[in-house]
Design a protein around this ligand. Structure first.
Ligand SMILES: O=C(O)CCC(=O)C(=O)O
Ligand SMILES: [Fe+2]
Length: 318
């Protein structure tokens, strides 16, 4: 039997100008990375990672027909295999017995690991057609994640392959979720507020039903359903660490919807379990040194600029 408790502080009303913030979320045309507008587009990605931590991408290289196919096959899988057991579960029954439930998620999901090895076959009743479409989709999602990782590395002033190498061999998995239609959405949370642990998260989401929200400037900003086959990107904690805080992982949550079920297919491009994570030494300011070495150098540079002293100390140790 599940236990439920209440936390009213999680209920924060959505402000009116959250809507205008929604409109302001960066939308980046990744095709431009290959053309004349490359440097502007690189800057847009950098700004989105540093000032937002989440953004939309379009012309991302993932086949649009495949995106639609995955969505409809996942919906079918949910209808045939997951829906009934969800509405019969203790969570769904709590609709009648509890007023507010904030320590469980109103979510029905499966998790598929793709790398280092795949668990697709182990998941009950996944039709071959869905497995095959998922395999093709994931190959394209990995290309996109690695293109973004390259762009971020370059933007941070690191070697192009820095993030990929740091994450290597990456752990890649997809959470296929439905946030089922909820008759009393005010009683539940779809997914409790959190930041993601890993690296780059690429989200394919519902065309019609909303629910995802990101925290920004003291309020929840709703992420609208996908338009124009865009993919939604957000950054996990490890990118904040490796970038030494230049990039941000942002708090987000999902609210249930009373008018419909929301589909969400989130692929996590994360460091492998044994990857050693630290801020990139090049980004440390100015980095690690022995204090006596600093003092020796200071003796000769005391009356010059501190910034260039830091720079030299940093170059001495990297
Ligand atoms: O379903 C979503 O839109 C977000 C899912 C999510 O944040 C997560 O699984 O970490
Ligand atoms: Fe998340």
């Amino acid at each position: 039997m599940l236990k439920f408790s209440f936390d009213f502080s999680r209920l924060i009303a959505i402000d009116e100008d959250a809507q205008s913030k929604t409109m302001a979320i960066p939308v980046i045309n990744l095709e431009e990375l290959n053309g004349e507008k490359r440097s502007q587009t690189m800057s847009l990605v950098h700004e989105a990672c540093a000032k937002w931590g989440f953004f939309w991408v379009e012309n991302h290289g993932i086949n649009e027909g495949l995106m639609q196919k995955i969505k409809s096959l996942v919906k079918k899988h949910y209808e045939e295999n997951m829906k009934d057991s969800f509405y019969e579960s203790d969570i769904a029954k709590a609709l009648e017995t509890h007023n507010k439930v904030f320590d469980f998620d109103w979510e029905s999901s499966i998790f598929i690991r793709h790398k280092p090895d795949t668990t697709t076959e182990a998941i009950a009743n996944l039709k071959p057609e869905l497995c095959k479409a998922m395999e093709d989709y994931i190959d394209q999602v990995i290309n996109l994640a690695e293109k973004l990782a390259e762009t971020m590395s370059e933007n941070l002033g690191l070697d192009k392959g820095y993030l990929k190498k740091t994450f290597s061999d990456p752990y890649i998995g997809t959470k296929v979720a439905i946030y089922p239609q909820c008759p009393k959405p005010e009683q539940f949370i779809g997914l409790r507020a959190h930041t993601d642990a890993g690296g780059i998260i690429l989200l394919l989401q519902d065309d019609y039903v909303s629910g995802l929200e990101f925290w920004r400037d003291g309020e929840w900003v709703p992420i609208t359903p996908s338009k124009y086959n865009r993919i939604f990107v957000n950054l996990g904690d490890q990118l904040e660490v490796v970038s030494n805080g230049i990039y941000k992982s942002i708090l987000h949550r999902v609210l249930p919807n009373k008018d419909g079920s929301r589909l969400s297919i989130a692929t996590f491009y994360n460091p492998g379990a044994n990857a050693i994570i630290s801020p990139a030494p090049k980004l440390l300011y100015p980095g690690q040194y022995r204090f006596q070495d600093y003092l020796n150098y200071y003796a000769d540079t005391k009356f010059s600029d501190k910034g260039s002293r830091f720079k030299t100390i940093k170059e001495m140790q990297v």
